[in-house]
Design a protein around this ligand. Structure first.
Ligand SMILES: Nc1ncnc2c1ncn2[C@@H]1O[C@H](COP(=O)(O)OP(=O)(O)OP(=O)(O)O)[C@@H](O)[C@H]1O
Ligand SMILES: [Mg+2]
Length: 268
């Protein structure tokens, strides 16, 4: 029997919370563990695409028709839109800046919350991938609902900063609405990112999060590390850019935690 594909969406309406960084590094981490992974860049900023591909290539794809925007607009099977992310077992469907108009394009469609789910159906059912990871935009609208309606799990990266928790209640409300559309969806957990352990915000953020009932907070926190920015400047995950860096180790242990939770629902 084929393994079930696990679909995980990295989302938070708070901008700059580490969604793209976390999605790209967990994706790469899973591929290092021999898992087959497809990543969807669902944000018009194309940061997940830029995390793996050089800027010229991302622009070329964005200007063409082989990107997530066209696949969804035309309601096509996503198989033909995949490109290699440059590592074995790791594929990507790049974004386009036009995705900013998806809210409008989806609005008149029948079952508009489930358009992406239908586009993903064949790839998901084929068992070709162990994981499909999606990098969400920092907005909560019809497109974000499409992402959650197609997911098994939501992971919320939260930045350990004074404003990091702002809007989290809205994210939870949105998640609950998404569960009504997609009862399979569960909140895998919150991962605290961009931590500066010298600062009190970190302790405050952790205390506030630990007070939340029924919400898992990952043991691994991702600390501030300039290697992350350098790795992104080089279109590489930090684990590929500098394996010995602190954040590479942290992202690997986060990957282990993600897989442990996901394998609670499936066996490898
Ligand atoms: N652990 C870290 N250490 C240092 N810089 C980081 C770290 N994590 C993320 N960053 C930087 O913070 C910025 C925001 O990160 P990222 O793009 O992953 O967030 P995001 O939630 O995807 O943002 P957006 O809401 O715009 O999509 C980026 O410039 C990234 O390089
Ligand atoms: Mg992002």
């Amino acid at each position: 029997m084929k393994n079930k594909t696990t679909v995980i969406c990295f989302a938070n309406n708070k901008g700059g919370s580490g969604k793209s960084t976390t999605c790209s590094n967990v994706g790469y981490g899973l591929s290092l563990k021999g898992r087959r992974v497809l990543m969807l860049d669902a944000d018009m900023q194309a940061n997940l695409s830029l995390a793996f591909l050089p800027e010229e290539r991302v622009l070329e794809i964005a200007e063409g028709e082989k990107n997530l925007y066209y696949a969804v607009k035309k309601e096509e099977d996503l198989s033909d839109y995949r490109v290699s992310a440059g590592y074995e077992g790791l594929d990507l469907i790049p974004a386009s800046p036009l995705m900013s108009s998806l809210e409008y394009d989806l609005y008149p469609k029948e079952d508009r919350e489930f358009v992406l789910r239908k586009c993903l159906e064949r790839v998901r059912m084929s068992g070709e991938y162990d994981y499909i990871l999606m990098d969400a935009p920092p907005t909560l609208g019809g497109w974000a609902m499409n992402l959650l309606a197609a997911s098994d799990y939501l992971v919320i990266p939260v930045e350990a900063s004074p404003w990091g928790l702002f809007g989290l209640a809205n994210m939870f409300d949105f998640y609950r609405k998404a569960c009504e559309k997609n009862p399979q969806l569960s909140l895998m957990g919150i991962v605290v990112t961009k931590v500066d352990i010298r600062k009190n915000y970190f302790r405050q953020t952790m205390e506030t999060l630990q007070e939340l009932r029924d919400v898992h907070v990952f043991d691994t926190c991702i600390r501030m590390d300039s290697n992350i920015e350098w790795s992104q400047d080089n279109s590489k995950p930090v684990m590929a850019y500098k394996k010995s860096s602190r954040s590479a180790g942290e992202y690997m242990s986060l990957t282990e935690e993600v897989e442990k939770i996901a394998s609670g629902k499936k066996q490898h």
